[in-house]
Design a protein around this ligand. Structure first.
Ligand code: FE2
Ligand code: FE2
Length: 276
């Protein structure tokens, strides 16, 4: 694992005239969430306490997530020299709490935990692909290219582990679907909203709804139909359904429409707030 390092990033090509301030804000937030990867790896090692092989994989995975955070933070500091990553990360950890010491997966089983991890990697691999395609700044494009490739590999890794655990601790498709949809819904929870706050708005009190909407508005605007189609196929595969049939086409269409509706609504709300 670990197919690239910070030295592989062409930092000297940084082009400040190609920056988009909205992307800088969401990159700062992403740097905090990614940098928390080591804490989640610790949790996976607790949940898979008797699986040495997977523990090693989880630790290597966590180190890669931390590297994503470091690369994004370094880019964010180039884009905005006032960005103090260390202080923002302290704020993020102080305000966003998850019980990383728990030995039980919140998903009810270890196979369920792997379904949830697959969903997260689907989210991140689509996100960094969409971010790379939207970004005009060449160094950010290159960072996102490396990260998106890692996230796709992480998905495959968790999918392989899911397959292994399904043979030992089988859970049905419906249970897997429930876990997957539950994890998708959690993307609206505090983690991203608080990261957005800690990275960008620490001078005022935390307003969860405002930060959640601000993050989602900027992130949703990046997606295009092909990102949604690919994400849906990967999700159907993780829950044991055919990834490229009629169901996939239908779900992709519905998901894309829901996303477009949501993006338009968030943009409208932001316009109203600016006028008020
Ligand atoms: Fe990552
Ligand atoms: Fe990942």
């Amino acid at each position: 694992m670990g197919s690239w390092t910070l030295d592989d990033i062409p930092w000297q090509r940084f082009a400040p005239d190609r920056l988009d301030p909205e992307l800088v804000r969401i990159v700062k937030a992403a740097s905090l969430v990614e940098h928390n990867g080591a804490a989640y790896a610790h949790h996976l090692c607790r949940v898979f306490a008797d699986d040495r092989e997977f523990q090693e994989t989880a630790r290597a995975w966590g180190a890669e997530e931390v590297q994503h955070g470091v690369a994004l933070a370094r880019w964010a500091a180039l884009a905005d020299p006032a960005f103090d990553f260390a202080a923002a990360f302290v704020r993020f950890q102080a305000g966003y709490h998850v019980d990383f010491d728990s030995e039980r997966s919140r998903r009810g089983s270890r196979a369920g935990e792997m379904v949830a991890r697959c969903v997260v990697e689907i989210g991140t691999s689509s996100y960094y692909t969409a971010l790379r395609e939207a970004a005009r700044e060449p160094v950010l494009q290159e960072i996102c290219r490396h990260i998106a490739a890692d996230e796709l590999r992480h998905y495959r890794l968790f999918y392989k582990t899911l397959d292994r655990y399904l043979a030992r601790e089988p859970i049905g498709r419906l249970a897997r679907l429930r876990v997957a949809l539950g994890r998708v819904a959690e993307s609206e929870d505090d983690e991203l909203a608080y990261a957005y706050y800690a990275a960008n708005e620490a001078e005022r009190p935390y307003d969860r709804r405002h930060c959640s909407r601000a993050y989602a508005r900027q992130a949703f605007a990046l997606y295009r139909p092909h990102h949604v189609e690919r994400g849906v196929a990967m999700l159907l595969k993780a829950v044991g359904l055919t990834p490229n049939g009629r169901l996939a086409r239908l779900v992709s269409r519905l998901a894309w429409q829901a996303m477009r509706y949501r993006a338009a609504r968030l943009a409208r709300l932001a316009r109203v707030a600016r006028v008020a």
